[in-house]
Design a protein around this ligand. Structure first.
Ligand SMILES: Nc1ncnc2c1ncn2[C@@H]1O[C@H](COP(=O)(O)OP(=O)(O)OP(=O)(O)O)[C@@H](O)[C@H]1O
Length: 314
């Protein structure tokens, strides 16, 4: 995020305690930039849907404030809701209606005058045009999901929330969905999606927020997150086990680890550093007469980073 970025949604100290006393959000601060795609990652029950529902005005926060384009979501509910399209996790579409009428009806719910040209564009963008007269019940699961997106876009929102858009869909359809999201971004729509699929966040998000147990534990540009928290490691399988790390390698203390049986040395290094230290390490090993039988490197994935973050908080 840079200082030129326009903040479109701003959540400050948002908490939510449900009636049964369960605290689903524990003080969430989150700024969402105009035009970005942000992915909210988190395990089941982390609070993702609760946060989205609060921003969309479906659930009331227990404390804290949220503004959308400068308007308070409670005081200016109608205004903020009209800026938002929400694609829910579950299909609750009227099965007997046609695609065209269901999507047009959604636009009417926001008090917007009919605009067949816009509905046509939305249906064409989502490859639903040739299905416009079909009843929803006649569509495949993937097409139904597209209808949900079309419904959410019918009133020309600036912001689109996608709650687990590709849960349970096959790989091909997932890629299709990603293409749809890319197209929407190109049209200037700000997109917030929740997902369990780390590869989904990796594929399409500009920024990634990780939510765990009602708290945002990290929000970063995807690339920065991967460089900052992603480490690379070099594994050296030794010819003969060592009892300890040789003294001449004391400069590497902390970054160098000897396995319990003494047969593997693991060196963690920072890929963004100018010098990785690998050459010095190998020279030091040769000097200490340690022979290397094999070596390999491992780059931590977003998945490793995510698992580490969530584990740290446990
Ligand atoms: N109406 C409710 N009353 C009580 N507790 C609730 C209610 N709705 C949600 N919760 C609890 O709040 C927590 C957060 O739920 P939420 O649906 O926001 O999580 P999530 O991150 O979206 O999870 P998932 O990935 O499973 O969809 C969960 O422990 C859930 O059981």
């Amino acid at each position: 995020m840079t200082s030129q970025d326009q903040i479109l949604i701003s959540a400050k100290s948002v908490t939510k305690t449900y009636e049964d006393g369960f605290q689903a959000l524990k003080g969430v601060d989150l700024d969402i930039v105009d035009g970005e795609i942000i992915a909210l990652l988190g395990p089941n029950g982390a609070g993702k849907t609760t946060l989205i529902s609060i921003i969309c005005g479906i659930v009331n926060a227990s404390s804290g404030t949220v503004t959308v384009a400068g308007h308070d979501i409670v005081d200016d509910y109608r205004k903020t809701r009209s800026l938002i399209g929400l694609v829910p996790q579950e299909l609750t579409t009227d099965a007997f209606e046609s695609v065209w009428s269901t999507v047009s009806f959604s636009r009417g719910l926001f008090g917007k005058p009919a605009n067949p040209a816009h509905i046509e564009k939305v249906l064409k963008d989502l490859s639903l045009w040739d299905k416009k007269d079909n009843r929803i019940m006649q569509l495949s699961g993937g097409m139904k999901r597209r209808v949900l997106i079309a419904k959410a876009l019918a009133h020309e929102p600036r912001i689109l929330f996608l709650d687990e858009p590709t849960a349970g869909v096959d790989v091909e359809l997932r890629k299709d969905m990603w293409a749809v999201v890319e197209q929407l971004r190109a049209d200037g729509v700000t997109i917030i999606l929740t997902t369990h699929y780390i590869e989904e966040a990796e594929a399409i998000a500009d920024r990634i927020g990780v939510i765990n147990k009602g708290e945002i534990i990290v929000v970063e540009e995807k690339a920065a997150l991967m460089t900052k928290l992603g480490q690379k490691s070099l594994r050296l399988d030794l010819h003969a086990p060592l009892t300890r790390i040789p003294d001449n390698l004391s400069a590497f203390t902390g970054a160098l680890d000897l396995s319990e049986d003494g047969s593997v040395l693991t060196y963690s290094y920072d890929t963004s550093a100018e010098r990785t230290g690998i050459t010095r390490l190998l020279a030091g090993l040769a000097e200490a007469d340690v022979r290397v039988a094999d070596l390999s490197t491992h780059q931590s994935s977003l998945e490793d980073i995510f698992v580490d973050l969530v584990r740290e908080q446990a």
